[in-house]
Design a protein around this ligand. Structure first.
Ligand code: SF4
Length: 456
């Protein structure tokens, strides 16, 4: 049976576990960014603990080890049986709410060479892989409110201060010491982009590679990966590869822009911008709105690169009330597209965690906005529709999907039980703690939201 027929016959199948892998900022490897399966090292049995994961920070570990692992073989078998693996719950949730899932986008896009893929459970890494998503460590210059030490090195000082205070105030010194040990391990693991074996292994998939996506930290600050891009140029592979960067917009990397980007088939740049002006600066501390706007303008005016640009809006409790203002600003730029990215974690900042009356008020406010008239030109939205109304409706559907009441994950490993509990308490704790450390004021920056959620 050819692959297209097989995919038609098994409608739950996702192509990604055959052609793609994600490495996160700490060197852990997953089938994709939406999947919660962190691939284990089959030779270790640590009883489900953090350190049984395969990690690229072990300097002889490669993506191929993950690709051929029992975890991946098992996942592919499930898809071949037309099952819906639990670890893919984000795709199933998005599809249920009417949002296009990553699974649908990648399996149906026509971008990948699907007929070439060996759809057996244990295929060859060298010939099947066509795409990688590389979160190149935690080197970053920002401390975004929705982020943490697992993705930004700039959180080191704040995280240590918080753990120390929690230990002193609550007398939970042992618990906080354990969290500090985890923190050191995370910092050690974030150095994985120096793993030479990883790059050597990556080179063997270059002949078939169609897509490379980079995140950080801030990927424009992580220069080690420039070498592998230069290798792709030297060997002539770059003309077949699309590269995508997810940047916080604070950097303008001259060497990449002038000497590297022009050699690639296409360069896509996604700017993580969740709000405008003062609210932007609060959420993406200590970025400066004017500087970021200037950088975006410089990128969108480039003529030497086959370039596509978009704004990636991570929708959280912070910006749900001001999306119209942000979209109004997008309309004044030359950006090509908009990507609505739903924040799942930290759960207390997820829009599903809002009280029912808050959700109701948001929906009523949305009804008063003429969404499509905010954009005077056609932009690609979530790479499919250009209809803002439809996309806003999917955000509402997501918000109403379930109501989280207890936070049981996310920052737990850093901050211990001090931040477990009803979601509103965790949210208030988080806002107060970071406001104090940064001398910021949530109520002053978000008066409407603060009143609505009853924060004072
Ligand atoms: S179904 Fe979604 S989460 Fe699962 S592997 Fe595919 S894209 Fe990733």
């Amino acid at each position: 049976m050819d692959n297209k027929k097989l995919i038609k016959k098994t409608p739950n199948l996702c192509i990604y576990p055959w052609i793609h892998l994600e490495a996160n900022a700490l060197g852990s490897i997953r089938p994709c960014c939406q999947n919660i399966l962190t691939i284990k090292d089959a030779s270790r049995d640590a009883g489900g603990f953090y350190w049984e994961e395969l990690s690229l920070s072990d300097h002889n570990t490669t993506l191929e080890d993950a690709y051929t692992s029992p975890d991946m073989i098992n996942l592919r078998r499930k898809f071949l049986n037309n099952e819906r693996p639990d670890v893919c719950y984000k795709c199933w949730t998005n599809e249920k709410t009417g949002m296009r899932s990553l699974r649908q986008a990648q399996t149906q896009s026509g971008f990948f060479d699907i007929e070439k893929v060996d759809l057996s459970a244990d295929p060859s890494f060298a010939t099947n892989m066509q795409s990688v998503d590389l979160k190149l460590g935690t080197t970053c210059n920002l401390q975004c409110r929705i982020c943490d030490i697992a993705a930004s090195s700039k959180f080191r000082k704040e995280t240590k201060t918080i753990l120390k205070e929690l230990g002193e105030v609550d007398g939970r010194v042992d618990e906080m010491n354990e969290a500090l040990t985890h923190l050191q391990l995370k910092i050690h693991r974030s150095t994985w982009p120096n793993n030479e074996a990883f790059y050597d292994n990556l080179k063997i998939i270059f002949p078939n590679l169609k897509f490379m996506e980079f995140f950080g930290g801030e990927p424009f600050l992580i220069k080690k990966h420039f070498e592998v891009l230069k290798y792709a140029i030297e060997k002539g592979y770059s003309k077949n590869i699309v590269i995508k960067y997810n940047t916080n917009g604070t950097q303008y990397p001259k060497e990449l822009v002038e000497d590297i980007f022009p050699h690639f088939k296409r360069v896509l740049i996604s700017f993580s911008i969740d709000d405008v002006a003062e609210r932007f600066e609060y959420q993406r501390y200590p970025a400066k709105w004017e500087q970021v706007k200037d950088n975006i303008q410089r990128f969108t005016e480039l003529t030497n690169v086959n370039l596509g640009t978009e704004i990636c809006i991570t929708v959280s409790i912070f910006n749900i009330l001001s999306l119209d203002e942000l979209l109004g600003w997008v309309n004044t730029t030359n950006l090509d597209g908009i990507y609505f990215n739903i924040l799942y974690d930290p759960q207390d900042l997820n829009i599903q965690s809002l009280d029912e009356h808050v959700k109701h008020t948001i929906i009523e406010k949305f009804k008063t906005i003429s969404w499509n008239s905010l954009l005077s030109r056609r932009l690609d939205i979530n790479s499919s529709s250009s209809d803002l109304n439809e996309n806003i409706q999917t955000l509402i559907n997501f918000m109403l999907e379930k109501h989280i009441t207890i936070v049981t994950s996310g920052h737990q490993s850093f901050y211990g039980k001090a931040v477990n509990g009803p979601v509103q308490e965790v949210r208030n704790w988080r806002i107060q703690t970071f406001d104090k450390l940064r001398n910021e004021n949530f109520v002053k920056t978000f008066p409407e939201l603060a009143e609505l959620i009853g924060y004072d």
